[in-house]
Design a protein around this ligand. Structure first.
Ligand code: GCB
Length: 609
């Protein structure tokens, strides 16, 4: 009944913001379901929505809380919406949620980074106050995306052990809105562009739940009509089109209307989206945007900031985009989960190419995956994809996450590559059929047939990886000069990296390669001459060494350093209050190496020809 269309106010659609102060309660013994908490929480505190709950608290038990937790708010629903479809849209409920309205279950959702809508028509008190309660849970398992473990301590406390290197921030982390649309409605639409001389031909399809006709109006940035169409599928011609380009975006507005032609084209439903006209393709060792070879410069990122955690933060997001522009970047990866939709709209407008990643991270069975993964001997004993549950439940969750990602993001011009895993155990035989199913589904679902890939980890490097033939472009995460041969061995590290690259190119001579992670931890303010690891000087040397390699091979078509910013992780001996590989600090100020990258990247063109 509901869809994933981003909420928009139109002639026929209404939105009511539900963000603000909600009531909140931990449920460590999972007793809420037996005690009727779906009708109201017995002893709640106030928390802001959206936010991650962890860093709101000053006690460790609350910050580290793992298990069930509940949210509650009151919702007034105007009676004039009685004849419409009314639902509550959660942009992200991390990691799983059951929604009750007036004590009745209206939705369940698994996966903490994609939206869902709870339909409420059947249970709502019109023109009255309704109780909205959300039961949530943030436990990790082998069958969850992202993957990890939940340990139970001797006193019964649950503790999460992520198989990934970022903090397990949880909660209602993105906006919540009441969304109102007509009963006969636009459920989805898709566009695929190609060029015809100076014009573009845009194939479109519209899904509705009724039989009335559909009209399309395309306007340019000045609001002028540039194309019109009729019918649920067709091809539009935009004359003298202005294409969407790297760091030079141009967006058209596609307005879709269901119209009643028996009633003078009365508008039954209206929706619009901003569409960039572009093609993206792989040709031999080139990545082509609008037929021209591009070179990606940028970062893996996180949605992460002090106190806010992963809570939607338009201020930090804006600063990140300004820093990306300042440093000369033209792209980023949504490591390691789908980001807030507002980030993709900003990337559309700013002309950043996005590698859009599903939350399939931690798929190497090891407690400190990100670290052990550099040591093949440690990963051999534990093959994630050999676990029976992985081939059933994890695969099902993964396929669903890919469905929701592509459903949500398929129209974005900025989305150029799907990243279907981060650093999985791609050297095991059991990975191959699993990967094939995920890759096939992505190809099947994406109308634009964007290139697909995953980030390859050192332990599954050239000669060991068994899944790379599925990739349209090969993406490498490498830490030579850091986890592998760091410090005084840095030149040796580069030599070994070069050897591995030569082997990769022999294995895959006809594919482009991207570096999707490289770098090393750096404490802002630590200076040392000559350098030592962790100093700002060493970060510059390490990045310089890698850049020399990138420049040596013309089939390397992009470099995305790890990470844009310092970010929070689980505490441990490898992390000093988080991961410090940022080129910027967690409060978004540049380290020395940011000036180095700025010099390099502002002198490099976005297009190779
Ligand atoms: C990786 C992971 C990333 C980690 C990074 C690191 O390979 O993909 O999540 O944060 O290494 O810093 O160790």
């Amino acid at each position: 009944m509901f869809d994933s269309l981003y909420p928009r106010l139109t002639a026929t659609r209404r939105i009511q913001n539900m963000c603000g102060t909600w009531r909140f309660q931990f449920d460590p013994r999972s007793e809420g379901v037996y005690e009727g908490w779906e009708h109201g929480l017995p002893d709640p505190i106030d928390v802001p929505v959206p936010s991650s709950f962890a860093d709101l608290f000053t006690d460790k038990a609350s910050r580290e809380y793992t298990g069930d937790f509940w949210y509650e708010t009151d919702l007034f629903v105007p009676g004039e919406w009685r004849d419409a479809n009314v639902g509550i849209r959660f942009d992200a409920a991390t990691h799983r949620a059951t929604v009750y309205v007036n004590g009745v279950e209206v939705a369940r959702h698994e996966g903490g980074f994609t939206p869902f809508v709870a339909p409420i028509n059947d249970v709502v008190n019109w023109n009255g106050v309704n109780t909205v309660v959300v039961k949530m849970n943030n436990e990790l398992g082998l069958d969850t995306l992202p993957a990890g473990e939940t340990k139970i301590l001797s006193d019964g406390t649950k503790v999460c052990a992520p198989y990934f290197d970022f903090y397990n921030y949880s909660g209602l982390q993105r906006p919540v809105r009441l969304v109102v649309s007509p009963r006969e409605r636009i459920e989805d639409f898709a566009v695929v562009s190609r060029f015809d001389g100076d014009d573009a031909l845009v194939d479109y399809t519209v899904d509705t739940n009724g039989d009335h006709d559909v009209e399309i109006v395309v306007t340019d940035e000045d609001g002028m009509d540039v194309a019109r169409g009729r019918g649920k599928a067709g091809t539009l011609r935009i004359e003298n089109v202005i294409p969407w380009q790297l760091r030079n975006a141009y967006l058209y507005t596609f307005t879709v209307r269901i119209v009643d032609d028996a009633d003078d084209d009365r508008v039954i439903d209206e929706y619009y989206d901003e569409i960039g006209i572009r093609t993206i393709a792989v040709d031999g060792t080139r990545l082509l945007l609008n037929g021209r070879p591009i070179y990606l410069k940028g970062f893996g990122r996180h949605e992460d900031s002090d106190i806010h955690g992963r809570g939607f933060d338009p201020v930090m997001n804006k600063r990140d985009f300004e820093n990306l522009k300042w440093i000369g970047a033209n792209s980023f990866r949504t490591s390691h989960y789908p980001y807030a939709e507002e980030q993709l709209y900003e990337a559309d407008r700013e002309g950043f190419l996005v590698i859009d990643e599903v939350a399939a991270v931690g798929m190497m069975k090891s407690l400190v995956n990100f670290l052990d993964a550099t040591d093949a001997s440690k990963t051999k004993e534990v093959t994630f994809f050999d676990e029976p549950v992985v081939q059933t439940d994890t695969l099902a969750a993964h396929l669903q996450a890919v469905r929701e990602l592509i459903d949500r993001d398929k129209r974005h011009a900025c989305v150029g590559i799907w990243s279907l895993f981060n650093e999985p155990d791609s050297a095991s035989d059991a990975a191959v059929p699993y990967f094939r199913k995920v890759f096939d589904l992505a190809l099947d679902l994406d109308p634009q047939k964007r290139p697909r890939s995953y980030t390859n980890v050192t332990a599954c490097g050239a000669g060991k990886d068994k899944c790379h033939d599925l990739c349209d472009v090969i993406m490498l995460n490498r830490y030579n000069g850091w986890y592998v041969e760091g410090g005084v061995l840095i030149h040796e590290a580069a030599r070994h990296q070069r050897e591995e690259l030569e082997l990769w190119h022999e294995l895959e001579p006809n594919k482009p390669f991207l570096f999707t992670e490289y770098g090393g931890d750096t404490m802002a303010g630590v200076h040392k001459l000559p350098s030592v690891m962790w100093s700002e000087e060493y970060q510059v040397e390490n990045l310089t060494e890698m850049a020399t390699l990138f420049d040596a091979f013309d089939w390397i078509v992009g470099e995305q350093a790890w990470n844009l910013n310092d970010f929070q992780t689980t505490e441990g001996i490898m992390r000093v209050n988080g991961n410090k590989k940022g080129l910027f600090t967690r409060d978004r100020q540049p380290k020395m190496a940011a000036y180095y990258l700025r010099d390099r990247w502002t002198a490099m063109p976005d297009y190779l020809e």
